[in-house]
Design a protein around this ligand. Structure first.
Ligand SMILES: Cc1cc2nc3c(=O)[nH]c(=O)nc-3n(C[C@H](O)[C@H](O)[C@H](O)COP(=O)(O)OP(=O)(O)OC[C@H]3O[C@@H](n4cnc5c(N)ncnc54)[C@H](O)[C@@H]3O)c2cc1C
Length: 393
């Protein structure tokens, strides 16, 4: 098996690299050493988004008709690798990754006309309203009710863990439209304007101190029936398509390697701060993570080659997500082992801190990717049942 780029892929890689060199604003580069205000970064992000949109690269895999570039799976992969290599921020979010492709597959022409342009230009910010306090891994148990009243549904209930709801313009959500039907058959997918009266967003603080996700409450919120995606009570199947899009987004193998390279550079730059540097175990741990980072890359190549052959990765996508997210956690643990007690100092200005004061919180944050998008246990179940053919637990 030859993993080297073909001449065509190599030329494409150079083109993407040249674009990144020219268009990625300095404030968004990983080696940027100046002080960037929130406003400065916001402006840089806007400029970056416009440059990527102009190329048609926000949704590279979409049909040209909808503003995409109709790029093949392999070209997309090369592009994603180069973006990750340059540590360029993602611009499409939930819109491009999930609701956009779902609308293209299941949405009415009217919904496509209303929503696709904003998604493909990266202008509309979306959030995902699936999980509820009693419905996470088993999302089909959701209880948020949507009751038909003329041309509207009236929504009551609650979502939780809604990433970015405090900034979102729209939410795609699942709500129960028939409480008497079997649980998978009484759900509809609705598009909700987050500015609708009766929507309340309460940010939740994670154990890393960040406010990335929220609780969202609905108190008699009116959603036009025309904002339903697909048929009434068939939303589970629409929502499942969307989850396929979520899971087939391959994990970031370049990202984990970059994380390790950063640790390596730090250990060379500040060797006096390195804990246990004389201990063999640290070197062995580093070598193990390096091997795993290479394995992560091959795993994502497998997912991508299946997609390129029009096969749908299922257990393979779960295996890759599982391995990649748990590897991220092991690398964060390595950072703590390297920095010892210094790793617990979160203040980057403290002279005793290590690695810019990010180690401790980095470790705590790394847990979340083993839960989001389906927990590690759920991924293991998928690998066991669909990959190995073992019976359900
Ligand atoms: C960073 C982050 C961002 C998120 N963003 C969003 C978002 O934007 N929108 C959204 O809707 N949701 C979001 N979520 C929620 C996420 O989808 C759920 O947390 C996840 O599906 C797990 O559900 P739960 O938290 O209810 O845990 P539960 O399903 O209650 O699980 C609790 C524990 O039981 C285990 N478990 C459950 N079922 C089984 C089983 N069958 N076999 C073995 N073990 C099992 C789980 O693995 C877990 O360890 C986000 C979560 C995180 C961490």
């Amino acid at each position: 098996m030859d993993f080297k780029d073909t001449p065509q892929e190599s030329a494409w890689r150079q083109e993407v690299r040249a674009f990144l060199n020219e268009a990625l604003p300095a404030e968004l580069r990983s080696d940027f050493e100046g002080e960037a205000s929130m406003f400065g970064r916001g402006m840089a992000m806007r400029k970056w988004r416009a440059s990527v949109a102009q190329k048609g690269w926000i949704a590279p895999h979409w049909p040209k008709k909808y503003g995409g570039a109709e790029m093949g799976v392999k070209d997309q992969f090369v592009m994603n690798e180069e973006f990750a290599e340059a540590e360029a921020p993602q611009v499409g979010g939930f819109g491009v990754m999930m609701i956009g492709p779902t609308l293209i597959t299941h949405g009415s022409e009217e919904l496509k006309e209303r929503f696709i342009p904003g998604i493909v230009k990266g202008e509309t910010i979306w959030c995902q309203g699936y999980s509820e306090p009693g419905a996470g891994s088993d999302v089909a148990s959701l209880q948020t009710r949507a009751v038909r009243d003329g041309d509207d549904y009236v929504l009551n209930g609650q979502k939780i863990w809604t990433t970015g709801a405090q900034f979102a313009d729209w939410m795609y959500m699942l709500a129960r439209t028939d409480p008497d039907a079997p649980k998978h058959r009484g759900i509809s997918m609705l598009l909700l304007d987050m500015k609708s009266p009766g929507v309340q967003v309460r940010p939740l603080t994670t154990m890393a101190g960040t406010q990335t996700f929220n609780e969202v409450f609905f108190d008699n919120v009116r959603v036009p029936v025309s904002n339903r995606v697909g048929e009434e009570n068939r939303g589970w199947y629409v929502g499942a398509t969307l989850l396929d899009f979520e899971r087939s987004g391959i994990g970031n193998a370049v990202g984990v390697r970059k994380q390790l390279e950063r640790l390596l550079r730090w250990s060379q730059r500040e060797p006096e701060k390195l804990q246990f540097q004389t201990r063999k175990s640290l070197r062995l741990e580093f070598a193990d993570r390096w091997i795993e980072a290479a394995t992560a890359r091959w795993l994502s190549y497998r997912v991508i080659s299946m997609q390129a052959n029009n096969e749908i990765p299922n257990a393979e996508a779960s295996l890759t997500k599982l391995f990649m997210s748990e590897l991220g956690q092991r690398i964060s643990a390595l950072a703590l082992h390297m920095s010892g007690m210094r790793g617990l100092i979160n203040d980057p200005k403290n002279p005793h801190s290590a690695m810019g004061g990010r180690t401790g919180m980095g470790y705590v944050s790394s847990v979340s990717s083993t839960i989001a998008g389906g927990t590690s246990e759920i991924q293991r179940n998928i690998v066991a049942q669909r990959g190995l053919g073992l019976p359900r637990a």
